[in-house]
Write a protein of this length. Structure first.
Length: 298
């Protein structure tokens, strides 16, 4: 079984290769590159091959692995931003191997102003084609389980938000190369227990974001979940409520062969000047949760 590598995310921009080299020096073993809502700047530059080659070289020189590339916009819309996001999906399907990965992560998108099920026909239209093209190339697609500010009734830019939604999207496009980019935080902020959920859905998980959460039960008891008082805060692993030893054990029991990349820049305590302090602590914590360093049998 492939060892589960522990890494962190980085932003796709002109400084990504240098950033990856610094991550390698800190002990991170892998990374996911996120292009945010789209990679229009890269597509318009005419230097995408050169850029991808530079990223691949930096990853290899650092002794790391590129877990995935990602785009987190709304490809189901019809405005210019949606067109840029969809163009990025197409670009990544055609070019992700040049970066050194065969996994693309992102949001499904959503039809604005409509209940979640109303987005399924548009999802089938867009990702039915994208997933088939990706599958023909041996490329997998993983949807992040982020609510992106929406709920079942409307809002947001992602419909892969919880198990009921996953049933709808995987029934709409029943292809084996479609799966989940899972993290406990987004489920905990819906008051879902992530551990039994992972036991049920582990076979569909292609990649993990290393992000946890802390639930303030006192705030819920006093104010509920619809006030201006925060009841759930995203945390770096090691500072939240989840036992990541359980998470990694469940993954291994289900033959998981992906990585875990910390999604930084969310922790309300370890941010600003403490950002990398928190991320490195989270990396070391996750390495311990997987059993420490790999030791071959003899």
């Amino acid at each position: 079984m492939k060892n589960i590598l522990i890494g962190t995310m980085c932003i796709g921009n002109e400084g990504t290769a240098a950033y990856i080299r610094n991550l390698g020096k800190l002990g991170f073993e892998c990374t996911e590159i996120t292009f945010g809502h789209d990679a229009a700047w890269l597509l318009e530059s005419g230097r995408s091959d050169e850029y991808a080659a530079g990223i691949k070289a930096a990853v290899e020189e650092s002794g790391m692995e590129l877990s995935a590339v990602g785009v987190y916009g709304n490809p189901l819309g019809f405005d210019e931003n949606a067109k840029k996001t969809l163009a990025t999906w197409n670009f990544l399907i055609d070019n992700c191997e040049k970066f050194g990965t065969k996994l693309i992560c992102g949001f499904t998108g959503r039809v604005e102003g409509k209940p979640l099920p109303d987005s399924i026909p548009r999802f089938r239209e867009v990702f039915g084609d994208l997933a088939k093209r990706a599958g023909d190339r041996g490329i997998r697609i993983a949807f992040e389980n982020c609510s992106a500010g929406g709920n079942w009734r409307g809002g947001g830019s992602n419909i892969a938000v919880n198990p009921r939604a996953w049933e709808l999207i995987f029934d709409a496009v029943p292809l084996d190369n479609l799966g989940l980019e899972w993290e406990p935080a987004h489920q905990m902020c819906q008051l879902i227990d992530p551990i039994p959920q992972l036991r049920q859905w582990a076979k569909k998980v292609f990649h993990l974001h290393g992000k946890d959460a802390t639930i303030d039960r006192n705030a819920i008891a006093r104010y509920g979940i619809a006030s201006d008082v925060p009841f759930c805060r995203h945390r770096t692993p090691g500072f939240g409520d989840t036992n990541w030893t359980d998470i990694i054990s469940i993954l291994r029991l289900n033959g998981y062969e992906g990585n875990i990349d910390i999604e930084g820049w969310h922790d309300p305590v370890y941010n600003g000047e403490l950002e990398m302090t928190g991320q490195v602590r989270g990396m070391k914590y996750l390495k311990e949760c997987r059993g420490g360093d790999y030791v071959p049998n003899f």
